[in-house]
Design a protein around this ligand. Structure first.
Ligand code: PLP
Length: 386
């Protein structure tokens, strides 16, 4: 029986629980003082969850502003009718400046060449070039160095086409509770903001905390927090888990496209590195692979859920399909699994009965972080909202 929400044209899909997104947004907003704004990072198509739907759900639950990583991501939100402020967390090629202005997407600014070109274009279009000033306080990624901030603003502030709507930095180690590097970045940021204010420069909304910072470092909320991963229900680190309850929003499901009992010794998938070891082992196929975000590095090392039980994925994960084994041997009854059939529901991420496979479990197996796991599943599979 197909689920009411499942796609009609493919037996593999991503389920997004918008209620979870709403709950998580409210839980994070509840950490903030009254009046502190919440900016939601919806880059990479909402960490794989679908930027448009997530943006709407987050706004309905108290989010004020949104952050994207590319011009196309910002334009997508605007074309979907989203009117709330959007910050692009980067500078972009000069050729994209007109698009930023046309779609009211604020860039993060840290070179005077870009800032002045942006101001010029804004003035020519009779608009205000709204931007946020990025300060590099120690992550060594983007931003003006703290010691250059005053000079930078002096070099661009004469331009009537520019308006600073915000000043921010990004922490490299906000997920550690007692961290000297965090303290150092925070102090450099405090001092830079104070110097700008003392010099009479407009700083706009001051912001620095990402999800772990928002949870672990409430003294640095300033005017706005920039949350990402927590909104999608995942913990940025072990340290944050005891401090806030979050509900994972993404599940990944598929249906069995074929299930057979190969003879003992038959191989499975490219390279045939898995061989059927005993009689009564069923090999079942599901139609998702590494092009859908199921990293090939998981081959033979991950499990899936079927009929509420774990089953071992076997053989190399292919681009669009992979296989798993179900041991139905009646002799080894302690592990005997119910045979699967074409069309049976398989869970790759999420709950089935009392069992659960989390993005954290998969991240650990891959040697990466939960962020990358959900982003990857956003690549090709259809997203359905439940
Ligand atoms: C992605 C991003 C965030 C959100 O980070 P999370 O760890 O997902 O909360 C915040 N600020 C910047 C600059 C980012 O690039």
């Amino acid at each position: 029986m197909p689920l009411s929400h499942e796609p009609t044209d493919r037996w593999a899909w991503v389920e997004i629980d918008l209620n979870a997104i709403r709950k998580n947004t409210r839980a994070i907003k509840a950490l903030l003082k009254r009046g502190t704004k919440l900016m939601c990072a919806v880059k990479a198509d909402g960490y794989g969850h679908g930027a448009i739907e997530c943006t709407k759900a987050m706004h309905a639950s108290g989010a004020d502003q949104f952050a994207v990583a590319t011009v196309a991501e910002g334009v997508e939100l605007r074309e979907a009718g989203i009117e709330w402020p959007i910050l692009l967390l980067n500078q972009v090629p000069m050729g994209a400046i007109d698009t930023l202005l046309e779609y009211d997407i604020m860039p993060s600014v840290y070179t005077s060449e870009f800032a002045l070109a942006y101001g010029e274009s804004a003035a020519a279009m009779d608009k205000i070039g709204k931007y946020h000033l990025a300060i590099d306080t120690g992550m060594t990624r983007i931003g003006v160095l703290p010691e250059d901030v005053l000079e930078f603003r002096h070099a661009i502030d004469f331009h009537r086409g520019l308006k600073c709507m915000g000043t921010f930095t990004h922490f490299a180690t906000a997920d550690n509770v007692q961290d000297w590097d965090f303290q150092l970045q925070a102090r450099r940021f405090d001092e830079a903001v104070e110097a700008l204010r003392d010099a009479g420069r407009e700083v706009g909304l001051v912001h620095c905390d990402n999800t772990p910072g928002t949870i672990l470092h409430p003294h640095h909320h300033f005017d706005m927090c920039r949350a990402g991963i927590g909104l999608y229900g995942l913990q940025p680190s072990e340290a944050t888990a005891p401090r806030i309850k979050l509900v994972p929003a993404m599940s990944v499901r598929a249906r069995v496209t074929r299930a057979i009992y190969p003879a003992v010794g038959e191989g499975v998938s490219y390279g045939l590195n898995y061989r059927v070891p005993t009689p009564h082992v069923q090999i079942a196929t599901i139609p998702l692979g590494y092009a859908d975000g199921l990293s090939r590095s998981l081959s033979g090392r991950m499990e899936v859920l079927v009929h509420g039980k774990r089953a071992r994925q076997v053989g190399n994960i292919c681009m669009d399909q992979c296989m798993f084994a179900v041991d139905t041997n009646p002799v080894r009854s302690y592990r005997r699994a119910q045979p699967v059939q074409e069309g049976d529901l398989v869970t790759i991420i999420g709950n089935d009965g009392n069992e659960c496979i989390t993005a954290d479990e998969m991240a650990q197996l891959r040697g990466t972080i939960n962020y990358e796991v959900t982003c990857n599943f956003g690549m090709r599979m259809e997203k359905v909202y439940v």
